[in-house]
Design a protein around this ligand. Structure first.
Ligand code: ADP
Length: 336
């Protein structure tokens, strides 16, 4: 956690604790004042008349009255002392309670801020690598006394590739950052059409590796955000193609069972090791696989975005794999 965040949380904790304590003390003191007033008034009513008259009609000061008056004054003092003591105890216990409540109130905010600052630092880290590459190639080229047209063209080509990568990364980061709750535009869409559109869009990438994509999709309507759900299938198909050998098969299938749609994307690729499986949906996580790192480009954002979208649809996404014999991703979303 950054020091700024820590200072913010600490100062907010102090202010919130003070506010809670103020509320508790206003209530406690207010209640005590009302109690003291009512009790004093009630006690005052108990005093017998100050003057008593004998049989002849002579009035004289009542001793009983004085006795009662003394006792009542004493009673009031004791009541006041007890109320002051009670408020002091309330203040001490209230401070502890206020601190606890303020901490509980700030906990989710703190977690959210921490996740955000982690996201920013991860994203900056990812952006730095292509930016450093760009800077170095340009600096090296500028230091050369002569640069032929062919070299300049190569340099521009290399720069362009890095810029394209940066653009893809910032696009993915933006999609991930803006995909927040309540943004879904859910509508009834034919599942076959939705999947076929995505498969067609992925066909050129699959063709480059002579990969066949097979579809087994029932004729049914689903209530989803078409654009977001297509993105999920795109991410899964893109990975299936990226992590599969040439001339293999990727299968996309869907079945409706137990009031949910179960969609699977199965490939015959390199698969995912058991140690990586629990982390592949984490942001920026890429399996530390020499083949993955060297040959396949990516930033480890796709699956976390897919998971976010599926969860927004009230569903789950899971992965199963046997390294060396492919991976299967299953998306389950509720259907009515
Ligand atoms: P990216 O593919 O850009 O690295 P993802 O978030 O889509 O990011 O995937 C995270 C990691 O999960 C990948 O780096 C890869 O190691 C692993 N992975 C995802 N899909 C597959 C797959 N179909 N086969 C093998 N590994 C996969």
């Amino acid at each position: 956690m950054g020091s700024d965040l820590r200072v913010f949380v600490r100062s907010s904790l102090g202010r919130l604790t003070a506010s809670y304590l103020l509320i508790i003390m206003i209530m406690s003191i207010g209640f005590s004042v009302v109690l003291y007033r009512e009790s004093s008034r009630e006690l005052g009513r108990q005093i017998p008349s100050q003057t008593v008259f004998d049989q002849r009609g002579f009035g004289y000061r009542s001793e009983v009255h004085d006795f009662f008056e003394d006792r009542i004054a004493e009673g009031r003092r004791v009541l006041l002392a007890r109320l002051v003591l009670l408020n002091m105890v309330t203040c001490i216990a209230g401070a502890g309670l206020s601190y606890y409540l303020a901490k509980k109130t700030l906990e989710p905010i703190e977690e959210n801020m921490e996740a955000q600052s982690q996201f920013i630092s991860d994203a900056s880290h990812e952006l730095r690598t292509p930016l450093t590459a760009l800077r170095t190639t340009n600096e090296v080229a500028l230091r050369r006394s002569k640069l032929s047209a062919a070299d300049a063209k190569d340099l521009l080509q290399a720069n362009l590739e890095e810029v394209i990568k940066l653009q893809q990364l910032t696009d993915s980061l933006l999609r991930l950052a803006t995909r927040t709750e309540g943004q879904l535009a859910v509508a009834h869409v034919p599942l076959q059409l939705l999947i076929t559109d995505v498969v067609q869009a992925m066909a050129p990438a699959a063709a480059l590796k002579h990969i066949e994509i097979q579809e087994t999709i029932p004729d049914m309507q689903v209530s989803v955000d078409k654009e977001a759900f297509s993105q999920v299938i795109t991410i899964l198909l893109d990975n299936a193609i990226k992590y599969s050998p040439n001339a293999s098969t990727v299968r996309v299938a869907a079945v409706a069972k137990n009031k949910s749609l179960e969609l699977t994307v199965k490939d015959q690729g390199i698969g995912i090791k058991a140690v990586d499986l629990p982390h592949i949906f984490d942001r920026f996580y890429r399996a530390d696989h020499s083949r993955t790192r060297q040959q396949v480009e990516g930033y480890g954002i796709g699956l976390s975005l897919a998971q976010k979208i599926v969860q927004q649809h009230g569903g789950t996404i899971t992965a199963k794999s046997k390294p060396g014999s492919g991976a299967t991703f299953t998306v389950r979303i509720p259907i009515s």
